[in-house]
Design a protein around this ligand. Structure first.
Ligand SMILES: NC(=O)c1ccc[n+]([C@@H]2O[C@H](COP(=O)([O-])OP(=O)(O)OC[C@H]3O[C@@H](n4cnc5c(N)ncnc54)[C@H](OP(=O)(O)O)[C@@H]3O)[C@@H](O)[C@H]2O)c1
Length: 260
């Protein structure tokens, strides 16, 4: 498909955490829909990000890999935004953005009693501070009809006692989503959050390798299986599309009916 066709035709996008997992699938969906340019953010996995960039280019879109470690807080955000501006200016000709996907996230399973200040700050920096300030940096450049999609988790609906900071960071992302929606509405920009359930990505690779744990995770979904990154990316792509223009300030469950 060429960039002149498709539901994301002419769109400029930034997907954080797009080197692997859900973010990589989202970036490829946008490319398959004809997006003009996609910023493929990664933390340290440059080779994986470059592979995604090549896959996007093969679909007819422009793409650049943008490295920035986000546990560092605001310095990582500044590095990412500066790299995005440079890339979009040289690839597209002017700095603007249509689709911002705040997807990068970390989910360390740490017992509540053992949570260190450092672990707490890392999670908050990546999962909350980065999306907050990336959105703030992007805000003046988001064109009318734009989309902001924040990736949350089913743990905002279902208790996650082994993931307390993670759950809290995603709960904050959801209330941020709600608070931002009216601010962006005058430009017909929607702001929504998607809640994936247990999804087959590197985030869960270690524990899902245990057949008993995988069966337990599968049994929580109404469909009796673990979700795929592509299944979550399809929901994100819908929310990022023109068809979802009447949805804003919402938290959309994409957990495969987990613990209904
Ligand atoms: N997988 C699930 O079951 C699940 C469930 C609910 C919600 N989610 C949410 O969905 C999103 C994507 O998850 P995923 O499973 O696709 O994750 P993943 O496979 O672990 O990939 C994580 C992505 O985020 C980037 N990243 C990791 N640590 C980072 C850091 N310190 N600074 C900046 N970027 C960093 C990674 O870059 P590198 O490749 O460079 O490391 C990678 O692109 C996250 O927000 C997660 O919380 C996932």
């Amino acid at each position: 498909m060429s960039t002149s066709e498709g539901k994301f035709s002419g769109k400029v996008a930034l997907v954080t955490g797009a080197s692997r997992g859900i973010g990589a699938e989202i970036a490829k969906k946008l490319a398959a829909g004809g997006a003009e340019f996609i910023g493929v953010h990664y933390a340290s996995n440059r080779d994986a990000a470059l592979k995604v960039v090549e896959e996007i280019k093969a679909l007819g879109s422009k793409a650049v890999a943008l490295g920035a470690e986000l546990t560092t807080g605001i310095s990582g955000v500044k590095k990412l935004w500066a790299a995005f501006e440079d890339a979009v200016r040289s690839e597209v000709g002017s700095v603007h953005l249509d689709i911002l996907i705040n997807n990068a996230g970390i989910a360390p399973a740490i017992p509540f009693e053992e949570t260190s200040i450092e672990a707490f700050e890392d999670v908050i920096n990546v999962n909350l501070k980065a999306p907050y300030f990336i959105t703030q940096a992007a805000s003046p450049f988001i064109r009318n009809g734009g989309r902001i999609v924040n990736i949350s988790t089913g743990f905002t609906r279902i208790a996650g006692p082994m993931n307390t900071i993670y759950s809290a960071s995603k709960g904050a992302i959801e209330t941020l989503t709600l608070a931002l929606a009216p601010l962006f509405a005058p430009k017909d920009i929607t702001v929504n959050a998607i809640r994936p359930g247990v999804t087959d990505t590197d985030m869960n690779k270690a524990w899902l390798a245990d057949p008993e744990a995988r069966a337990g995770a599968a049994s929580m979904s109404a469909f009796g299986r673990v979700g795929t990154a592509e299944e979550v990316a399809d929901v994100v792509a819908f929310v990022a599309s023109e068809e979802a223009r009447w949805i804003t300030g919402q938290f959309i469950d994409a957990t495969g009916g987990t613990r209904l």
